[in-house]
Design a protein around this ligand. Sequence first.
Ligand code: FAD
Length: 367
Amino acid sequence: MKTVLISGAGIAGSTLAYWLTRHGFEPTVVERARGRRSSGNPVDVRGPARVVVERMGVLPELLAAATRVTRLSFVDDHGRRIGGMAMPSDDIELPRADLARLLSSAATADYLYDDTITALHQDPGGVDVTFENAAPGRFDLVIGADGLHSAVRRLAFGPERRFIDHLGIYVATVPLPDLVLDPHEVLLHNTPGRAVALHPGTGRGGAAFFFRSRAVPDFDHRDTDQHKRLLADAFAGGSWRIPDLLDQVPRADDLFFDSVSRVRLGSWSTGRIALLGDAASCVSLFGDGSTLAIAGAATLADALAAHRDDHAAALRAYESQHRRLTKPKQRFVSPASRLLIPATSYGIAARNAGTRLLSAVSRTRAA
Ligand SMILES: Cc1cc2nc3c(=O)[nH]c(=O)nc-3n(C[C@H](O)[C@H](O)[C@H](O)COP(=O)(O)OP(=O)(O)OC[C@H]3O[C@@H](n4cnc5c(N)ncnc54)[C@H](O)[C@@H]3O)c2cc1C
């Protein structure tokens, strides 16, 4: 086993490319985007992922690119702080695309940008791959690290509706370059079933909108006009800074909107094709997805190195080890979403009072 095609130069794909090269494999990465991007929604690197990036030697770059956020504050209609919590101090939080760019800069793989896999045919000796732009190729293994709406999963496992559950929440994020905020603080405003967060980012702040809703029947994650309509309807009549933020959405060049979703598959591999990161086990918002993507990539590379001549044994070892991390995260969605987006006024008041009490207790302990 030598040649590995990775679909997706995101967090999982870039980390995998790095470790496969280190283990003597020859990875090729195909990425739909035109090149390495920067910015994006802030994500976290913590726990097992912090260990992996340290071993990759990119921890100093990640720390330099990190946000300086230390606190999440809940605000009322007048912007007054009515609760909140400190952010864990060991976490590294940085824009998603910055993280992927720094991880991919560390890897010495062949990159095919602005391209995607269009067909996969495997036989006992390898996988024949057709691309939209590049010439067809044959690889020993193909790994789908191409996110929630994975093309590899669709081509090798079946249509995504069989594997994705809508978790009753939609999320939208929009960069707001003119937003001026305290660089240490994220602001969160709630009404029942709705939340709007303002994040200072790293010089380029942004807003995130969350709302509870049943699955929209004709929802299309690529239809920006539909997203703008859904957002305007969900937050119509909103207070605080919401009217002004909504005014900016139609002019935004980079609106992200999607269902908060869970991906579940009975098996993450079929023959010589396997899935990694969100493609295998996404919990879009509340599941430490970026940490799991990094940790899973390192586990997969180690398993392939340990079972060089037996891809089936390697993929089994990867899956059984990494599922131990993903399973608890997939169960954690409800409590986390109740904290961020309480469904009722009572839920909002109880959360705010609870966090005020916790802060008072920790201040007393510190005194
Ligand atoms: C709004 C939002 C906020 C989040 N906040 C957090 C957070 O605070 N903490 C946290 O840990 N996680 C967070 N996450 C989750 C985290 O972003 C993901 O779990 C993580 O990015 C998964 O990494 P990945 O590499 O599997 O997928 P991605 O980062 O999505 O990367 C997939 C890559 O594949 C490429 N691709 C897609 N389709 C194709 C194709 N057909 N062909 C080739 N390439 C393709 C994409 O362009 C991308 O580069 C958040 C997610 C969202 C949506």
